[in-house]
Write a protein that binds this ligand. Structure first.
Ligand code: MRU
Length: 340
């Protein structure tokens, strides 16, 4: 496979390498990955995370295994195993479907390698297009609120919602970002803050439960978030806490945009109720671990509810910023995202 380099994922020196996103921002550790068990573990523990990036990391590993001369059955089994790691972000399923298709060709080894490379390069281009389309919605002086991490760490390019913020800041100079810390795993506090810092875009970190009072005070002009799966009717799943923001935005009359590539669309999924939502370990809620410490504050026997994502209904969304254009509720009503 050719050398491919993104912010948190690369194929270099003949091996797949991932930046450990669970240890960021205080430790920058790269892991080499040569087998399905290692990649599955990296994805399950969120060392590799973000809807596009999960699928791309899995794809590069499949490309690597094909190049290493693994047989067709082993590759097919590996695709199945990687596809089962996390259930909500649909990019992974789309990418694995593309690789399964490549596996049907006579020269399947070459086709699998080429497809893995293409998926990576396509994502970079998709990010660029979304960022340009979304940046047009931003005005100089805007205070933008975002949730979770949707930047270069989560994709092969500049990102989804954070990519829009990046390009808007480049165009207008003076925008400010409210960063939801994003409990329980703090992707906002750790990763989005880290990326905005590096890009020198002014931001203020807030706990998730502070967004309402900011909106009431008129301090939020627009909200941009990413998505892990968009259903055919426009409902979408994203990091838990996104729905809260959408309800609040509706109440306060603040534009609420979702930014995602077409690889996040799932036309076979009729609406948000049909999106599978990943449930995660109780330890993520009863305490913290990782580079930010290791402690438990809740009683040992506390019952915990820990869905990784929630679903926002289409009726609360001002616009869907896809790489193919800006869509509104009317577009969705007449047959969902026709321009792609
Ligand atoms: O559990 P994570 O960190 O993989 O969740 C990531 C998100 O929810 C992002 O907002 C999403 O993947 C959209 S854009 C990269």
């Amino acid at each position: 496979m050719k050398t491919l380099i993104a912010r948190s994922l690369k194929f270099e020196s003949g091996v797949v390498q991932v930046l450990d996103q669970y240890l960021l921002p205080h430790q920058q550790v790269w892991h080499e990955c040569r087998d399905v068990a290692t990649m599955s573990e990296l994805i399950l523990t969120l060392k590799v995370r973000g809807a596009p990036l999960i699928g791309l990391a899995a794809s590069l590993l499949i490309g690597y295994l094909a190049e290493q001369g693994k047989d067709k059955n082993t590759i097919a089994r590996s695709i199945d195993e990687l596809e089962a790691t996390r259930p909500t972000a649909v990019n992974l399923m789309h990418y694995m479907a593309r690789l399964r298709e490549a596996l049907q060709a006579n020269d399947w080894q070459q086709q699998v390698v080429t497809t893995a490379e293409q998926l990576f390069e396509e994502d970079t281009a998709l990010c660029e297009r979304m960022a340009n389309i979304g940046a047009e919605l931003v005005n100089a002086g805007d205070n933008i609120l975002t949730h979770c991490n949707t930047g270069a760490l989560a994709t092969a390019g500049v990102g989804t919602a954070l990519g829009v913020i990046h390009h808007a800041a480049k165009q207008h100079g003076d925008i400010h970002v409210w960063v939801d810390e994003t409990r329980p795993l703090l992707q906002g506090g750790r990763l989005t803050a880290f990326e905005l810092d590096a890009w020198q875009i002014p931001y203020t970190l807030i706990c998730d439960n502070m967004a309402a009072s900011l909106m009431a005070a008129g301090k939020v002009d627009k909200i941009f978030v990413g998505a892990d799966r968009i259903a055919a009717n426009g409902d979408f799943a994203n990091k838990v806490g996104t729905y809260n923001l959408a309800v609040l935005a509706h109440f306060h009359n603040i534009p609420f945009y979702v930014v995602a590539p077409i690889t996040t669309l799932d036309r076979s999924c009729p609406n948000g109720a049909a999106i599978p939502i990943e449930q995660r370990a109780k330890s993520e809620v009863t305490g913290v671990s990782g580079s930010f410490g290791d402690c438990q504050w809740a009683p040992n026997n506390a019952e915990v509810y820990n869905p990784a994502f929630d679903v926002t209904p289409a009726s609360l969304i001002t616009g869907w910023v896809l790489d193919t254009g800006l869509f509104t509720g009317d577009d969705v009503l007449i047959g969902a995202f026709k321009k792609d």
